[in-house]
Write a new protein. Structure first.
Length: 110
């Protein structure tokens, strides 16, 4: 099957044909795929933005709602506060905490 093909004999006629509407179908399919990709990107952007907003709200809430540090109460500061109370208040506290396990020495309440 050794033929010598001569393009001059073919001329301007095409040996192949394309079905009607093939190029329109290809264009439509390409545009649909591009639209789907853009739609996925758009949704992913919104999901990412929503996730970032949730993280930001949690972080800001954690910073703003954390409890303030409480100052350390020394025995001297508690004793000074007790001594600044009226005599009636001191007597009330002495009676109230009389059987407390942690307050056993009456010298601190005088």
């Amino acid at each position: 099957m050794n033929h010598k093909f001569d393009f001059d004999q073919v001329g301007r006629r095409m040996p192949y044909t394309v079905p009607d509407g093939a190029f329109a179908a290809i264009e439509s399919e390409v545009m649909n795929r591009v639209h789907r990709q853009q739609s996925v990107r758009h949704r992913m952007w919104w999901y990412s933005a929503a996730a970032a907003a949730v993280v930001a709200v949690i972080a800001i809430g954690a910073v703003l709602l954390r409890p303030a540090p409480q100052p350390e109460a020394s025995f001297e500061s508690v004793l000074a506060a007790y001594q600044n109370l009226s005599t009636d208040d001191q007597d009330y506290l002495a009676q109230y905490y009389d059987n407390d396990l942690f307050i056993t020495d009456d010298d601190y309440l005088e």
